[in-house]
Design a protein around this ligand. Structure first.
Ligand code: DOR
Ligand code: ZN
Length: 354
């Protein structure tokens, strides 16, 4: 802190939204949803369930299960799930347009087939869905992209950068009117791409990619709770992401990619990808902005840039964070499932006032 400058100890901002989250289904849904609903007014709900949410009926039924879980476990929270459609090779463009117009889903998600958890039914070749993407460009419906190539010959740490060259840049050149969210970016190349792209391209950044570089997965031994996809990259990439997130750039916003898995499914010979960061998400992001001397830019990233891109109002109520240490528990039991949260056992500098 500079001499003569008072240290910010309290931050009140419009209530944020989470522009990318996995709230799961079944018993786990009721266990993890309150962690998101307590902090965020709205959240973009990922459709990578089994089976995937690939049509209006599936998405609407899932939305009802979410609302039922909310009523059961966090009835005090005024939370709105923003539903998404899972694109497959067989997605019908007219179904997409109809469902979007009816309000069944706000956006569609592109998982390249086999890129990550729950992507087995994803798109095998983007050329197969040109008619869908053309229709989405016409109606202004956002496309949410998991941006990694799935080519086994491409090094796992290069898959995002190669995706930009092979798929994303050509896609945007072909359909400049398509509104695209490049989700959970992890590289300096992605940060530079979004900065130089036009007004229809935005990005989200997770807390883990602001805090961790790839060393975190190997600190003294293999660390499954630091593993997610896209995987964390080298330190200079993390620095580029921190720079972008805290720069005041308007087309980057909060998307946790909170992706809970039972601890036994992560602490395994072949552990699942995904980090459960929902319980302390705002604390985690606020700590980054504080460390970067950018607390004044947190409001844009967390509460204003996302609504602006999605053409939704900023939330009318507020949330307050205070500079008080909070220690994250080693595990959090969610309706019977033990999950290791992001920052387990660590102390963060900011706390959400409840
Ligand atoms: O780490 C991840 N976990 N990345 C994804 O893209 C999916 C997610 C999940 O659903 O577990
Ligand atoms: Zn995700």
């Amino acid at each position: 802190m500079l001499m003569g400058k008072t240290m910010t100890t309290k931050l009140t901002i419009p209530r944020p939204d989470d522009w990318h989250v996995h709230v799961r289904d079944g018993a786990l849904l009721a266990g993890v949803l309150p962690h998101t609903a307590r902090q965020f007014a709205r959240a973009i709900i990922m459709p990578n369930l089994n089976p995937p949410m690939a049509d209006s009926a599936g998405v609407l039924a899932y939305r009802q299960r979410i609302m039922a879980a909310l009523a059961q476990t966090a009835p005090e929270c005024a939370f709105t799930p923003l539903m998404t459609l899972y694109l497959t090779d067989a997605t019908d463009p007219e179904m997409v347009a109809r469902g979007h117009a009816a309000g069944d889903f706000i956006a569609a998600k592109l998982y390249p087939a086999h890129a990550t958890t729950g992507s087995a039914h994803g798109v095998t070749d983007i050329a197969r869905i040109w008619p869908v993407l053309e229709r989405m460009a016409e109606i202004g419906m956002p496309l949410l992209i998991h941006g990694e190539v799935t080519d086994a010959h491409v090094d796992v740490f290069d898959r995002e950068a190669v995706f930009i060259d092979r798929t994303l840049a050509p896609l945007i050149a072909r359909l400049p009117d398509l509104r695209v969210v490049f989700e959970h970016i992890t590289t300096a190349q992605a940060a530079a791409f979004v900065r130089s792209a036009g007004p229809n391209v935005a990005a989200t950044i997770t807390p883990q990619h602001l805090h961790l570089n790839r060393n975190a997965m190997f600190a003294g031994g293999i660390r499954p709770h630091a593993y997610c996809l896209p995987v964390a990259k080298r330190e200079h990439h993390r620095q580029a992401l921190r720079q972008l997130a805290t720069s005041g750039f308007a087309r980057v916003f909060l998307g946790t990619d909170s992706a809970p898995h039972d601890r036994h499914l992560k602490e395994a010979a072949c552990g699942c990808a995904g980090i459960f960061n929902a319980p302390y998400a705002l604390e985690s992001y606020a700590t980054v902005f504080d460390d970067e001397g950018a607390l004044d830019r947190f409001e844009g990233f967390a509460a204003r840039n996302g609504p602006a891109f999605y053409r939704l109002p900023v939330n009318p109520d507020t949330i307050t964070l205070v500079r008080e240490p909070v220690t994250v528990p080693a595990t959090i039991t969610c309706n019977g499932t033990a999950i290791v949260p992001f920052h387990a056992g660590e102390t963060l500098a900011w706390r959400v006032l409840t």
